[in-house]
Ligand binder design. Structure first.
Ligand code: DHK
Length: 146
């Protein structure tokens, strides 16, 4: 795996910064992108966000076709119901980190059972926006150790 890291963000994450700041904080998605690019250094990275399930599926296909080093995905609300997202991730043979800014396991029941976790290599939940650069560092270290 030598292609770019894909960082994929699901529905409503474009509203970070003003969206329920008591849960998601005030860091914006563009702030998070800058944190990811700093953590990635000279490792190529594609950073995307969409409110559309099909667009996220297409980007996962791109990651497969570009032999991506790894996928970091915050599926947001699609975590819990999207079979197409799960099916697409199952086709990716590289490492996948699932990330949630909030600790979904301490939240309402509807946020408790992520389908994406059934195929993710690892899951980060509850570390806020700073979970993103941590996941990037893990993906890079995982590739170096391979
Ligand atoms: C973001 C969302 O939009 C929610 O639907 C998830 C996740 C939690 C997060 O914590 O980043 O349940």
């Amino acid at each position: 795996m030598s292609g770019p890291i894909f960082v994929l963000n699901g529905p409503n994450l474009n509203r970070l910064g003003t969206r329920e700041p008591e849960i998601y904080g005030r860091t914006t998605l563009s702030d998070i992108e800058a944190m990811c690019r700093e953590a990635a250094g000279d490792v190529p990275l594609q950073f995307h966000q969409s409110n559309a399930e099909h667009q996220l599926v297409d980007w996962i296909h791109d990651a497969i076709d570009q032999n991506s080093l790894g996928i970091l995905i915050n599926p947001a609300g699609l975590s819990f119901r999207s079979i197409p997202l799960l099916d697409a991730l199952k086709m990716f043979s590289g490492p996948t980190v699932e990330l949630h800014i909030s600790n979904i396991h301490r939240r309402e029941d509807i946020y408790q059972r992520s389908l994406v976790s059934k195929t993710a290599t690892g899951v980060i939940a509850g570390l806020g926006a700073r979970g993103y650069p941590l996941a990037i560092q893990w993906l890079i270290g995982h590739q170096k150790a391979a």
